[in-house]
Write a protein of this length. Structure first.
Length: 286
């Protein structure tokens, strides 16, 4: 059976790393736990009234919203006691398609009266969605995509180029994909190193820093490189550099997060794809 380079190297496909068209168990369970922490009442009280919807108006409103807008069922069919509908809902949550989980967690804060609880839930969900590399986030009470198919495609396309460049991109992806101990600084370093490697290959100067190689690119490619694009990557190079050379200052930063690393991976992949096309037109073999 055919295996891609990434499969042979044991690196997850990009669409498995960035959860756009699916949801793994870790993400689903984490979102359920966030719901449990914020919305489901405790049953420590043995009184039968503790199990009645009338004792929990927020929960009653949430389930009426779910029955109306998700299950599309009459609300008068909801049992007066909380436990039965809850168990039915929980079973559905853990068996439904990935997209329905997002439908559910978007509905719930729109039907809870307690805005403080809703704000805490949304903030908690966004931490989880970021940690688990979901392609979606809450903005106010609406879930929106923050990673497009085009962005993922840029990474996938860049990973098909020469091994000289993809070894850095694969390392960047691997460090980003480690959910237990992600290394965002070194993911960024590997992304920018991939750009440095292709620029060195185009210029023929394999000792050049990225800044030096960028200055030589336009003439090597026969012109036509937009100054704003070159300036943009010079700025990114500056972001990852200090006076002693590339990337040293970056490694000491502790405030880098998944958004920083993902942006750099996508931006560097897109720039590599652009340079591959430009090099081909200039007759440069990479």
């Amino acid at each position: 059976m055919y295996q891609s380079f990434s499969q042979r190297m044991g690196i997850k496909p990009v669409r498995t790393v960035i959860q756009k068209d699916f949801m793994d168990d870790s993400l689903r369970v984490s979102l359920w736990n966030e719901l449990t922490e914020h919305y489901w009442p405790s049953f420590k009280n043995s009184s039968i009234n503790a199990y009645k919807f009338d004792s929990h108006p927020d929960t009653k409103s949430i389930f009426e919203g779910l029955w109306t807008y998700h299950f599309m069922r009459p609300v008068d069919e909801i049992d007066a006691f909380w436990e039965g509908p809850f168990n039915e809902f929980k079973s559905h949550f853990f068996s439904c398609p990935w997209n329905e989980v997002y439908d559910i967690i978007q509905i719930i804060p729109n039907f809870c009266y307690n805005e403080q609880v809703n704000e805490s839930f949304i903030a908690g969900c966004n931490i989880i969605l970021s940690r688990e590399l979901s392609a979606y986030r809450f903005v106010e009470k609406v879930i929106i995509p923050i990673t497009s198919d085009q962005e993922i495609a840029e990474i996938e396309e860049a990973l098909q180029t020469s091994k000289k460049f993809t070894q850095h991109l694969n390392k960047a992806l691997e460090r980003l994909a480690d959910r237990k101990s992600p290394d965002y600084a070194n993911s960024i370093k590997e992304s920018i190193s991939a750009v440095e490697a292709i620029c060195q290959s185009i210029t023929g100067d394999h000792k050049a820093t990225l800044g030096e190689a960028l200055r030589q690119l336009d003439s090597k490619l026969g012109g036509g490189m937009h100054p704003a694009l070159k300036n943009a990557f010079n700025s990114i190079y500056g972001y990852t550099s200090d006076a002693q050379g590339i990337r040293h200052a970056l490694l000491g930063k502790s405030d880098l997060d998944v958004e920083d690393a993902k942006f750099m991976l996508i931006a560097c992949s897109a720039f590599i794809n652009y340079l591959v096309v430009k090099a081909d037109k200039a007759g440069i073999q990479l």
